[in-house]
Design a protein around this ligand. Structure first.
Ligand SMILES: NC(=O)N[C@@H](CC(=O)O)C(=O)O
Ligand SMILES: [Zn+2]
Ligand SMILES: [Zn+2]
Length: 345
């Protein structure tokens, strides 16, 4: 039997939601992952340190007995965010990053930033105290084609911001294009990127060919095959600037399977099996640990986990449920469309 032991992984971009959904999904992450950066796009969003403290408590209370899991909290940046509150959040150890959602870019982002100038006082403070900015890197201008939103964001928002504030550490989250990969590779310092599990596996055909496939729809939307290939190369390269952020984003099926389905793919439960498969296909199983367990902590200035997990390759396919049933309703699990043989022992 083939097996692989790596340091316990972390997820550097995760949606846990709240209430019954939180209770229904958290075990799928805490089973394998030691830590995760928790996205703040609740309704209403997590905007102050006090909000984050209360949300953290709700998360900790939902962790299944016996699991060890540390939620790393983020604040949702608005045009009214108070720099002192942000600094207090970092100093107290509660806040790991601040999240920029351009207004309207994705699920629950209407309270995000419209005018970057208004966010500058907070961003300047973050640069000063060494607090990273996580960005959903898409413009929302209606003239820009949805498949070009990431590239245009880099050219018109991210690059100018980084020139204006070179000391600000920026994580480009859920990178989906070769442009994003190239921009990160060419940046001198203070820029890294997370890559999701599903963007290593699907391209835009999976959403649109043979009928519209809502469970492959997420934002940023999956792109052409050449972009998927660029993401795979970056993920398996060992380059310390790329690490896993699953962007596992549960929505109940009725909200995805309808006339205006929302964006988000649920991958927490089978992410490690999918990733081992992808890294093996790329002849790069020796780079899996860097991607899931080493590069992320190094970027966020945290120690790598001491505990390990062992992945084993089974003869028979490992079966995952088609859906999980949460108290909020059913959530369809990401189907990679190949059989999975790698299992976390
Ligand atoms: N990725 C998604 O498609 N959806 C995320 C939001 C986000 O990360 O952009 C969600 O909260 O559902
Ligand atoms: Zn996003
Ligand atoms: Zn997300």
């Amino acid at each position: 039997m083939v097996s692989l032991t790596i340091r316990r992984p972390d997820d550097w971009h995760l949606h846990l939601r709240d209430g019954a959904m939180l209770e229904g999904v958290i075990g799928d992450t805490s089973r394998h992952f030691a830590r995760a950066i928790i996205m703040p796009n609740l309704v209403p969003p997590v905007v102050t340190t006090a909000d984050a403290k209360a949300y953290r408590e709700r998360i900790v209370n939902a962790i299944p007995a016996g699991d060890r899991f540390e939620p790393l909290m983020t604040l949702y940046l608005t045009e009214h965010t108070n720099p002192d509150d942000v600094e207090e959040g970092k100093r107290s150890g509660l806040i790991t990053a601040v999240k920029l959602y351009p207004a309207g870019a994705t699920t629950n982002s209407h309270g995000g930033v419209r005018d970057m100038d208004k966010a500058m006082p907070v961003l300047e403070r973050m640069a000063k105290i060494g607090l990273p900015l996580c960005v959903h890197g898409e413009v929302t201008t209606p003239e820009v084609d949805i498949f070009d939103r990431e590239k245009v964001f880099i050219d018109t928002v991210l690059d100018p911001l980084r020139k204006r504030l070179p000391e600000l550490k920026v994580t480009m989250e859920h990178v989906t294009t070769e442009d994003g990969v190239g921009y990160i590779q060419s940046a001198g310092k203070n820029l890294a990127g997370s890559i999701t599990t599903h963007h290593l596996i699907i391209n835009r055909n999976d959403i649109l060919v043979g009928g519209i496939q809502p469970h492959y729809y997420c934002l940023p939307v999956a792109k052409r095959e050449n972009h998927r290939q660029a993401l795979r190369k970056a993920a398996v390269s060992g380059d310390a600037r790329f690490f896993l952020g699953t962007d596992s984003a549960p929505h109940v099926d009725p909200l995805k399977e309808c006339g205006c389905g929302c964006a988000g793919i649920y991958t927490s439960i089978n992410t490690m099996s999918c990733l081992a498969h992808v890294f093996e296909q790329e002849n790069a199983l020796d780079k899996l640990e860097a991607f899931t367990s080493l590069n992320g902590p190094a970027w966020y200035g945290l120690p790598a986990n001491e505990e390990t997990i062992t992945l084993v390759k089974r003869e028979e396919p490992v079966e995952f449920p088609v859906k999980i049933f949460t108290g909020a309703g059913p959530v369809t699990v990401f189907n990679p469309k190949f059989s999975l043989h790698w299992d976390v022992a």
